[in-house]
Structure formats: structure tokens, C-alpha cells
Ligand binder design. Structure first.
Ligand SMILES: C[S@@+](CC[C@H](N)C(=O)[O-])C[C@H]1O[C@@H](n2cnc3c(N)ncnc32)[C@H](O)[C@@H]1O
Length: 468
């Protein structure tokens, strides 16, 4: 049995932010990590230390005794319960400094990489209503506040909103969400009201029963809207009534779709969407290029800031007209198509077949003829033979998922030895590991973090490398 389990510390000051959205309390020589929900450096807290490890402990706040003077007033009524915008109480400038610190910690302090200067984080022009995609969940298990529980009042538990962090079964009713612009809030309210008024059953996430499961709303910067509703039963009459009423209320909807999902999980990648009205896609535009976004397609969720990210990537790549460019982890080929006009040829590789189909459609749609796309696991696709067949890359752009690249992929890149690499990452920790592998042959020539998600701890980081 470990010593000192569940120790209570009556008063301590939160000293700093830590990685992964946590905060740190330093108390009598002990470093304690706490979840970063409604907490700020400078807060005085009472906490419980629940886990003691060799070099640090983990705990949680029992009460906030005094708020830090550096806090600002959160703008959303759901702050503190909803996990969406956890840093609303932190001034945006401080958020950006903290994101810069995360990159510096991973690359320099922990990674000890020979990084020159890390540029300041490029802030997002919009810090509210910046997302183009949101999902809301139906549940028959509404999150109740302490006051609601104590009141003893009979409260309708059917709800449409966001999962409460760490609680797969509890859903927070959302009154107004500041993440996605119009008509997102109105669309959510329509489905919520309709389901209540017509006595439709809200999904039970424990028993896996009920009819209404979730809705996904996508908006594009040229004013198009996609709505995708998940139903748990194939009750087509009712489905047609709901979607017909929705269309009367929102006749401008570009793309209205639904899934019948009778599985226990919410993922729809293994399901076929049904297009009820409009086109089965919406269109996004960037620098005169048009991108078709299907129901299952990936598209960067902050469109304006994605444009900034891509411009930085393109600038760092410094592509010449004859260059062969590889865009690894290309998703729907957005970067590949974005840089194609500057390049001789662009080769995109991505795991998901449907995304690669979208990437090809997007090239055709824009009259781009110098791109080729391949679907498959990077470690298996990107081999020496593949490179021989498709041409040695002059430049590699890589944008892997949070796990980063595998050692095999990095080794293949090292053998291919492009003159330049631009590494876009949503996880500076795995990026630092991969950069250390690349250090064998590459200098780091630039580091430019970008904020894609204001009021969250997430940071995107772009690093350029030159062959030694
Ligand atoms: C961060 S996203 C890149 C998005 C894209 N560059 C863009 O800006 O739209 C990472 C992509 O890597 C893909 N992916 C994840 N694991 C993969 C693997 N093992 N092999 C190939 N692609 C993979 C994901 O499907 C996802 O599209």
C-alpha cells in the first residue's frame, strides 16, 4: 500500500500551467499535477493528493479559496462544467504565451533540440465562433448542478448538448455555444425542441436504448451549412417528418443527411450516410480554391486559421516550379492542393480511403493535374520502392496525428533525404521525438507555433528543416 494516499492540503497556491492542459501546485517540495478545469496560476486552493509517484504527485481541487487576480470573466454560462473552452478565464495573450511555453518545453527544455528562435504563437483572428464543425449529443441523463440536485425538484432529464468531461453518460444542456457561428445554436435548439415536443426518446448511453442519438453541424466560410443527424432506429416515417420540418424551418440548408446507427458506439465511419436533401457535401473556399467536404471528410475545424497555417507551411516549404513535394498524412489533400500550383508534382499519402477520394475530387474541382494520392498506412506505403516509383522528394511536408511518425517513416525520410522538410504537428511532445531522429541529417531552421483552438491548451507547431 502506497503511503500518504488521499492527503488533504488545506491551502496551496497554483504555481503554473503544465502540459496537456493541467496545472501544477508546488507544496513543501512536492510537485502536484491537477486537472486544469476552472483553475489558474495564482489561485489559492484546498486540494486532495490522490496519487504519489516517485517524482511527482497527482491531485484534485476540493475548493478554490481565492481566485488569482490575473483571471478574467469567462464569457460563457457553461464555463467550469463544459470542457469546450477551458481557458476562458485566462487572458488570450497569456494563453498564447503559455502555448509558446509548451512548445519551448517540449523542443528545448525536455527535447534539448538545437532550435534557434521560436517565433511567437500566431493568434487566431477569431477567438469565438471559430469552429466550422460541432457535434451535440442526445441523452436521457442530463448533467445536474448541485443546486438542481438539492432543490429536489422533478427535472426533465432529456437533453441535447455536450458530454461532460470524463462522464460518457452525462450530457450538459447547452443554451448558447460560442464555438460555432450562426445558424449552429438555432439548429441545435430546433432539434432539442422538436424532440421534446414530439415525445421522441433521447438516447440512453448506458442501456443503449432510445431514438435520437446526435447531430453534427458543419458551416463553411461561404455560408453553406451541413446537418447530419444520427438516429438509433430505422423508423423512416418519423425521420422524414423530423427532417422535413427541419427543412421548412431552415430552407437554406445546403446538405441534410442522416445515419441509422444501431451500434453501441457513436462513430459513423463504418456507416453509410443518407442524403435527405441538398448535396451530400458542402464547399469551403480558400485562396480561390474550392474544397468539397463530405459527411465523413476531415477538414481543419478553424477554417480561417487553417489558411494561416497553410500559408506558413507553404512559405517555409519554399517550393520551386520543378520540385517534387510529398504531403504526408494529407487527409483530404488540402495542403497538397494548396501548394500544387507552386510545385512540379505533389504526392499525397493518407490512411483513410474516403479522404483520398475527396483529395482527388478536390484536385479535379480546381483543375489541378499535378497531384497523385495514395491511401494506406504510412509505414507500409512510404517505402524506398514507393519513392523510386513516384520520384525522390525535393520537399516533404508532414502533418501526422498526435502520435507523430513511426521510426520506420522517419528512417525512410532520412534515406530519401529531401532538401527541406516542413513538419506540422498538433503535439509538440511527439514532434520533439521525431525531430531528434531527424537531427542526424537535418538542421532546424524555423519554429512557428499557431493557435488553432483559442481557450484550449492545444497548440499547432510548424517546424522547417534543411538537409545538413
Ligand atoms: C493532422 S491530420 C492531417 C490533416 C491534413 N494535413 C489537413 O491539414 O487537412 C492527420 C492525418 O493523418 C492520417 N493518419 C493517421 N494515421 C495514419 C497512418 N498510420 N498512415 C497514414 N495516415 C494516417 C489521419 O487520417 C489524418 O487525416
Amino acid at each position: 500500500m502506497k503511503k500518504n494516499r488521499n492527503t488533504i492540503i488545506e491551502r496551496a497556491v497554483v504555481s503554473d500551467f503544465a502540459a496537456e492542459g493541467k496545472c501544477i501546485v508546488k507544496h513543501e517540495g512536492e510537485v502536484i499535477f491537477i486537472p486544469g478545469m476552472n483553475v489558474a496560476p495564482g489561485d489559492e486552493v484546498k486540494l486532495m493528493v490522490s496519487k504519489k509517484k516517485k517524482r511527482y504527485s497527482e491531485g484534485r481541487i476540493l475548493a478554490t479559496l481565492r481566485y488569482s487576480e490575473d483571471r478574467i470573466e469567462p464569457f460563457c454560462s457553461h464555463f467550469g462544467v463544459c470542457g469546450g473552452c477551458k481557458w476562458q478565464h485566462i487572458p488570450y495573450e497569456t494563453q498564447l504565451m503559455q502555448k509558446w511555453q509548451q512548445v519551448n518545453d517540449q523542443l528545448v527544455r525536455i527535447g534539448k533540440l538545437p532550435v534557434g528562435e521560436i517565433a511567437p504563437v500566431l493568434g487566431s483572428g477569431k477567438t469565438q465562433f471559430y469552429r466550422n464543425k460541432l457535434e451535440f449529443t442526445f441523452s436521457n441523463s442530463r448533467w445536474m448542478t448541485a443546486a438542481e440536485i438539492e432543490s429536489g425538484e422533478e427535472i426533465n432529464k432529456n437533453v441535447l448538448g455536450f458530454h461532460v468531461p470524463g462522464r460518457f453518460d452525462k450530457v450538459l444542456p447547452v443554451e448558447k455555444c460560442y464555438l460555432q457561428g450562426d445558424p449552429s445554436n438555432a439548429i441545435r435548439d430546433f432539434f432539442n425542441d422538436y424532440a421534446h415536443r414530439h415525445g421522441l426518446s433521447f438516447y440512453d448511453h448506458v442501456l443503449h436504448e432510445g431514438f435520437m442519438r446526435n447531430i453534427m453541424i458543419r458551416t463553411s466560410s461561404i455560408g453553406e451549412t451541413m446537418v447530419v443527424v444520427q438516429f438509433a432506429q430505422k423508423n423512416e416515417d418519423v425521420i422524414h417528418q423530423i427532417l422535413g420540418s427541419f427543412l421548412s424551418a431552415f430552407p437554406d440548408t445546403t446538405s441534410l443527411n442522416y445515419f441509422i446507427n444501431t451500434k453501441k458506439n457513436d462513430t459513423y465511419f463504418d456507416l453509410e450516410p443518407v442524403c435527405f436533401a441538398g448535396t451530400p457535401y458542402i464547399t469551403e473556399e480558400m485562396e480561390g480554391l474550392r474544397f468539397r467536404i463530405g459527411v465523413k471528410s476531415f477538414y481543419q475545424t478553424n477554417s480561417d486559421q487553417a489558411y494561416e497555417l497553410y500559408k506558413i507551411t507553404r512559405e517555409m516549404a519554399a517550393i520551386g516550379p520543378q520540385d517534387v513535394v510529398y504531403d504526408l498524412y494529407t487527409g483530404t489533400g488540402t495542403i497538397a492542393n494548396f501548394v500544387a500550383r507552386q510545385a512540379g508534382k505533389v504526392v499525397g499519402v493518407e490512411y483513410i480511403d474516403a479522404a483520398i477520394e475527396d483529395a482527388r475530387v478536390n484536385s479535379v474541382l480546381n483543375g489541378i493535374e499535378n497531384t497523385v494520392f495514395f491511401a494506406g498506412d504510412m509505414t507500409k506505403v512510404l517505402t524506398d520502392e514507393f519513392i523510386e516509383q513516384n520520384g525522390r522528394p525535393d520537399i516533404i511536408i508532414t502533418d501526422p496525428p498526435r502520435a507523430g511518425m513511426t521510426k520506420e517513416v522517419v528512417d525512410t525520410i532520412l534515406r530519401a533525404a529531401p532538401s527541406r522538410i516542413v513538419y506540422v504537428s498538433c503535439n509538440p511532445a511527439t514532434q520533439a521525438r521525431d525531430l531528434a531522429w531527424l537531427d542526424e541529417k537535418y538542421y532546424i531552421t524555423g519554429v512557428r507555433p499557431v493557435d488553432m483552438f483559442p481557450h484550449t491548451h492545444h497548440v499547432e507547431n510548424v517546424v522547417s528543416l534543411e538537409l545538413k
